[in-house]
Design a protein around this ligand. Sequence first.
Ligand SMILES: [Zn+2]
Length: 181
Amino acid sequence: MLTPPQRSNLPQLVEPRRLVNQGVTLTGNIDRKLCVRFADAVIEISEPIEAELIFDVADQGRKVVHIIASTTVLIACQRCLEPITLPLAIDTELGIVWSEDEAKSLPKDLDPWVVEEETGDIAALVEDEFLLALPFVTYHPEDQCSIVLSPAPIETIEDESLNKDEGIDNPFSILEQLKKQ
Ligand SMILES: [Zn+2]
């Protein structure tokens, strides 16, 4: 019986320019243990980080890497602080450059991957892209959040007597009363 091959972890360090020259595509998982900054930004990286890195030559002989990656994280809802399961996906292309100076020569729509030596850290690369992909704020959908923002849900039309007394708790009407005094 054949079993499907296990996706193995990709190496952390690669020689990106050599991989471009060879037209290599790397497919595998990024070891989550290498992504400390990403792990710190969420509650947990709950699924393997699956990645495909396509090393290629683009216009004008420019060396690029196309990154397609996905994972799932648990991240805190900023309303109730309970975890949210959040799938993340990356699909981006970066220009491989030696320096920040060289990065300035890239077209505006191509972000740089600055690799100052022969070898580059693809775990850090993918991790950085996931950090950029994290939403600025995260909330549960309102019907799934344990904190409901709308006024007390028990309030119904029958509670009209409560509404009449509302003035007591309303800070503005307290102010009004103070002014009158
Ligand atoms: Zn919530």
